[in-house]
Each structure stands twice: as structure tokens, then as C-alpha cells.
Design a protein around this ligand. Structure first.
Ligand code: SF4
Length: 261
């Protein structure tokens, strides 16, 4: 499976807008229905209740607007770090549910989430030293027939060139960043705990990337989807240029060159 060149953030944003509209409808019901009853308890209660709901709506609208403006203007406006946390920890599970409701596949929502996360990380202009930057790769990128064990130490690779591990090690050496291969989420978490990176460039499929981004928060992760020309989990590929761009996003100051939405 070869992925589309750039999964769209607009799927996530569209689902977010839809969720907000539904929530606003329920908030309206929540405001309107008990209003009469509250008046009977105390004449001031409807005013207090309305104020509380108005504050809630204000925060929801401001948060949504801030998220959209951060994406459109590609820079850290206000609280982009916090926005990333809200998107990662709270909104994403809702968007998966909402996607089911309007028949957008889980995979598409995951791709959109990864793209949105990358955009927010880039907007945050997080810079780090090379030795605190980690390239984290999935095991399936190694040639299936290669007998060399690279999970403990990726530098065991003999550099035969049958898979992209060779190029990725060269890239890591060029920028003097750390590089590791994980066979799954548990090992990935252990690698992160041991290496204590300040930033991560991760390559994986939709499922592993989304769970990795969630588990690693607040460490900023730029996720790069692998390509699966031989099917999932075997002889997968990655665009080396995308990995290089992600490294440079963490290592040097440069303006973003990614398209809107
Ligand atoms: S490049 Fe390295 S990991 Fe890939 S097949 Fe050759 S020796 Fe094995």
C-alpha cells in the first residue's frame, strides 16, 4: 500500500466542527430545558446557569478558533503546546467516534490526526540539540530476510543496502542524532525512557504512530507514515527526504513549507 502524498488535516478539522455543532445543540437543550425549573428554586439560578454555559461555549469557541488560526498561520499563536495536548488526549478519541458516525474510516482520521499533530509541533518551533533528538523506526522496515539483529543496536546493520536502515543510519550519523528500532509499543516506550529524548521523529503505520504520539506526550513527535508496497508489517519503506525534513524542523530554525489544510 502506497499512501497518498499528504493526508489532509481538514478531515480532523471537519469532524471537530461537526462535533462542536452537535455539542452546541446539546448545550442549548441543557440551557433551555431546566431554565423554568431553576427559576422556581431561586430567581438568580437561571442567570448563574446561563453564565456558566456561556463561559463553557466561549472556551470551546476560542479553543477551536485558536486551533484553526494556528494551522492557517503556521505559527505558535497562544498555547499551541496546550492545544496539542488537548487534541492528542481529548479530541482524538472523540474524532474517531465521530468519524464512525459519518463513515470516515479510522485510518483516514488517524492520518489526519498525525498530520495535524505534526503541524502543531512545527508551529511550536521546538528546537533541540542533536543528542536529544531520536529517530524511532519500526522493525518492519528491516529487510524480512536479513538475519542481523538490529533491535538492540541498530548499528549492527552491515549496510548492504537491501533496506532503508542503511540510509537512515547514514542520516542519523550526518546529523549526529540517536536512532533506534522498536518491535512494538512496549519496546518503543522503553527506548524513550532510556534515551530521554527532547524530541522524536517517528516512522510507523497509522495505529502505532497515533498511539506513540499519545503515549509520548508532552514530548513533541513528528510522525511519518511508512509505505507498505508488500503489505502491512513486511519490508515497509519510508521517504528519507521526509525524515530529513523532520530532523531539520527540530534542529534548525526555518519557515514551514507545508501547504495549508
Ligand atoms: S541494510 Fe542493514 S538491516 Fe537492511 S538488510 Fe542490509 S544489513 Fe540488514
Amino acid at each position: 500500500m502506497i499512501l497518498e502524498p499528504r493526508p489532509k488535516k481538514r478531515i480532523f478539522i471537519g469532524l471537530l466542527v461537526l462535533t462542536c455543532l452537535i455539542l452546541f445543540f446539546f448545550i442549548f437543550l441543557l440551557w433551555y430545558v431546566p431554565l423554568v425549573g431553576l427559576k422556581n428554586i431561586h430567581p438568580l439560578l437561571p442567570l448563574l446557569f446561563t453564565t456558566a454555559l456561556a463561559i463553557l461555549v466561549f472556551f470551546m469557541l476560542s479553543g477551536g478558533l485558536l486551533l484553526i488560526l494556528t494551522i492557517l498561520w503556521r505559527r505558535d499563536l497562544l498555547f499551541s503546546h496546550k492545544l496539542r495536548g488537548i487534541v492528542t488526549k481529548i479530541l482524538f478519541p472523540f474524532m474517531i467516534l465521530m468519524g464512525k458516525l459519518v463513515r470516515v474510516s479510522k485510518e483516514k482520521v488517524q492520518q489526519s490526526f498525525i498530520e495535524l499533530n505534526n503541524h502543531l509541533v512545527r508551529s511550536n518551533h521546538h528546537r533541540t540539540k542533536p543528542n536529544r533528538l531520536l529517530i524511532l523506526l519500526p522493525h518492519c522496515i528491516q529487510d524480512f530476510d536479513c538475519q542481523i539483529k538490529i533491535t538492540g543496536n541498530v548499528k549492527n546493520c552491515k549496510g548492504c543496502g537491501k533496506c532503508e536502515i542503511k540510509d537512515l543510519i547514514q542520516l542519523a550519523d550526518q546529523y549526529q542524532v540517536k536512532i533506534a528500532v522498536a518491535t512494538g509499543g512496549t519496546l518503543a516506550r522503553r527506548i524513550i525512557v532510556e534515551n530521554k529524548p527532547e524530541a522524536i521523529v517517528a516512522v510507523a503505520c497509522e495505529l502505532d504512530l497515533t498511539s506513540g504520539i499519545q503515549d509520548s506526550y508532552p514530548i513533541p513527535v513528528i510522525g511519518i507514515l511508512n509505505e507498505r508496497p508488500s503489505g502491512p508489517c513486511i519490508n515497509t519503506k519510508v521517504d528519507i527526504q521526509k525524515v530529513k525534513e523532520a530532523l531539520l524542523d527540530f534542529l534548525e530554525s526555518k519557515s514551514s513549507h507545508y501547504p495549508l489544510l
